[in-house]
Design a protein around this ligand. Structure first.
Ligand code: AMP
Ligand code: MG
Length: 395
């Protein structure tokens, strides 16, 4: 059985990265992954401008005119001002171009207006309150590299830089299927022995957030024929993600059907929850994940395996945000597997704290009410005492 790191390495070694590139409008860039280098079209700031509402002047004129200058002209946002007349100050507003001849701005709160003149403080530094052209970035500077998944903040940067179109990897098509004779959609009445299906929706939504075109394959019963029929279309997909039927029970058929259509690279990892997880590939395009059916196992294995695989497919690099924290309660267990405990994380007095939530069974979704991260325990650990340092991963 593979460790988490071994299982991930096995996956990353077999991911066939995207090669289809498309060009999209900036406004459609959220969650997409860049397929090329993006360079700034303009300098930022585009011109020297004022950081404050106030008055612009040549610094040398201040002392030369006893710190009092007549006010002439105005520079407001969106138009080019006249040249500053020597020995005068110009009214100016935040973001407005600094007039030629000026090198300093004094904010209006520090200025005393006396009719058509203005009196300035004697300690004004030269160059104060001026934002210089190109001090943020210059036209031609690299703003983003291939493999970066774009968030709203990236789109702010690219907008400011004048980038209107993005080269991105075409969305991976991902088929999502739940398996189990007992599963019923929420909203339907439950017959004896039936339960509500809760794995497909979060899987579809998390895939969409990763930039995928997630296709709902619905729920199939524990019937190899039905699953085979569904997975016959798998060559049209870059990934197939199933839940349930991946364990060792008589009705666990996913692995069997995957073995018929492709090659299974591993089945089972030394993690808890989520031991019965399988990964493989079919043909030159399709990657498949058989995730366990227990709802918590399905969520955790998605995070641990599917997300890094999707990122790698997009030419990106995944990293776990592992942080030290002090745990406030004890947890005992049998060593052997790396374990991910749902936890509540918060900061207190500049220190990260963690509470291991009650109800860690892989069928128990209740702790999600409070969970905002995991406590990660190493394979050899027998747990922790209250007050100990642990490793956590915020979600
Ligand atoms: P399995 O992996 O098929 O052996 O299922 C393990 C446990 O998870 C069983 O208790 C199933 O009823 C439950 N389960 C499987 N799939 C789902 C699902 N999609 N939604 C909710 N529970 C599920
Ligand atoms: Mg099942």
């Amino acid at each position: 059985m593979l460790s988490l790191d071994e299982a991930r390495a096995a996956i990353l070694a077999r991911v066939r990265p995207a090669d289809r590139i498309e060009h999209i409008a900036l406004a459609h860039g959220l969650g997409r992954t860049l397929a090329g280098v993006l360079a700034a079209v303009v300098d930022n700031p585009a011109f020297d401008n004022s950081a404050m509402d106030g008055y612009a002047m040549a610094h040398a004129d201040l002392a030369a005119h006893s710190f009092t200058l007549p006010v002439a002209g105005e520079s407001s946002c969106g138009s080019a001002p006249q040249r500053l007349a020597p020995g005068t100050a110009m009214r100016i507003f935040t973001g407005a171009p600094l007039p030629a001849g000026a090198d300093t701005v004094v904010m209006q709160e520090e200025v005393a207006r006396e009719g058509d003149s203005a009196r300035f403080p004697q300690d004004t530094p030269r160059g104060d309150c001026v934002r210089h052209r190109g001090e943020d970035f210059r036209a031609g500077d690299t703003l983003s590299e291939p493999g970066r998944r774009l968030g709203a903040w990236d789109l702010a940067l690219l907008s400011a830089a004048g980038v209107a179109e993005l080269p991105v990897y075409a969305r991976p098509r991902v088929l999502v299927v739940a398996t189990g004779d007992e599963l019923v959609a929420p909203g339907q009445p439950l017959a004896p022995g039936q339960i509500y299906e809760s794995n497909r929706l979060p899987t579809l939504l998390q895939l969409e957030a990763l930039g995928a075109d997630a296709v709902d394959g619905g729920t199939v019963g524990d019937d190899p024929q039905a699953l085979r029929a569904l997975l016959e279309q798998s060559t049209d997909f870059d990934f197939v993600v199933t839940s349930g039927g991946a364990s060792v029970g008589d009705h666990d058929l996913v692995k069997q059907v995957f073995a018929e259509i492709g090659e299974i690279n591993f089945w089972k990892a030394r993690i808890k929850p989520g031991k019965p997880v399988a990964f493989g590939r079919a043909g030159s395009r399709t990657h498949f994940f058989a995730l366990p059916g227990n709802p918590v196992s399905s969520l955790v294995t998605f995070k641990l395996f599917v997300e890094p695989a999707l990122i790698a497919w997009h030419h990106g690099r995944h990293t776990d945000m592992l942080l030290p924290a002090t745990v406030v309660n004890a947890f005992k267990r049998k060593p052997g597997r790396m374990e991910f405990l749902r936890a509540r994380l918060w900061s207190e007095g500049g220190e990260l704290k963690a509470e291991c939530l009650k109800g860690q069974g892989s069928h128990m979704l209740g702790p999600i009410r409070q969970a905002n991260g995991f406590i990660r325990i190493g394979e050899d650990s027998a747990g922790f005492a209250a007050g100990e340092r642990v490793s956590v991963i915020p979600l």
